[in-house]
Design a binder for this molecule. Sequence first.
Ligand code: PAF
Length: 296
Amino acid sequence: MRTLRDISDLRDALSEYRQRGQRIALAPTMGNLHAGHLALIETARQHADVVVSSLFVNPMQFGPGEDLDAYPRTFEADQQALTDAGCDVLFAPTTQTLYPRGLDHQTCVHVPDVSEGLCGGDRPGHFDGVATVVTMLFNLVQPDIACFGEKDYQQLAVIRKMVADLHMPIEIVGVPIVRHEDGLALSSRNGYLSAEERAKAPALYRTLKTLRDALEKGENPHKALQQGRQALYDAGFEPDYLELRDRTLGPVDTATRDAVLLAAAKLGRARLIDNLTLTLPAATDTSADADSAPAQ
Ligand code: PAF
């Protein structure tokens, strides 16, 4: 695997592959790699001849008071894991390389609508930072396809909309969530959990599964979500949100079948996110004042 830090070296390396007519896949990361990231590399490999990964802890997507400084940085271990996973090129720029004029006057990509609410509501500006750095990486690598994890469901929706709206000729591939045996979704932020919190953490996924089962049986979403939020509090979480949306993150109504449950909740220092797709039965009553009896 070639590790490249400069834009000109990256461009030179990639033009060689392109001249040979090889298909290029990109798997962007912020490092501290786990099996979820390695699934991105594996998927990228299935779709392309050349796999490029990037490792960059992007300051633009962290808000004031968030964990930019504490974010785990494990460069040597990540480099080894990517080599073992068969990655061809690692692009690991410095902040100075990507943002030479600093962040204050940086051109920024804003993706309306899907960036609003959910994590975008709790972390203002977060998705502008993500969309901007991903646009930069797309411009630098010019991949044929790019892989992103489905754990960051809203991020994936933001990137899909950005690519569609800006006519970027890149196929976006979502990669399923990788979970521990007890159901907790793999995340670099799981490292912030104490042993006691780690034991509590799978309750987030359990709550989503209980909710999914209730909703698929036709329970009223408002009541089910209220019970789900209470279950999270009872398990020791401080929920940021627990919501039911359609798969494009629009609101659900009686016509919605394909839906997604999305949650973000704090447990000690860690803010965990997770989601679960589901199919609502016909004629689910989505009104706030509906009885909790299943819709007929
Ligand atoms: O999902 C992530 O790790 C980051 O948000 C990404 C896509 C690499 C952009 O910094």
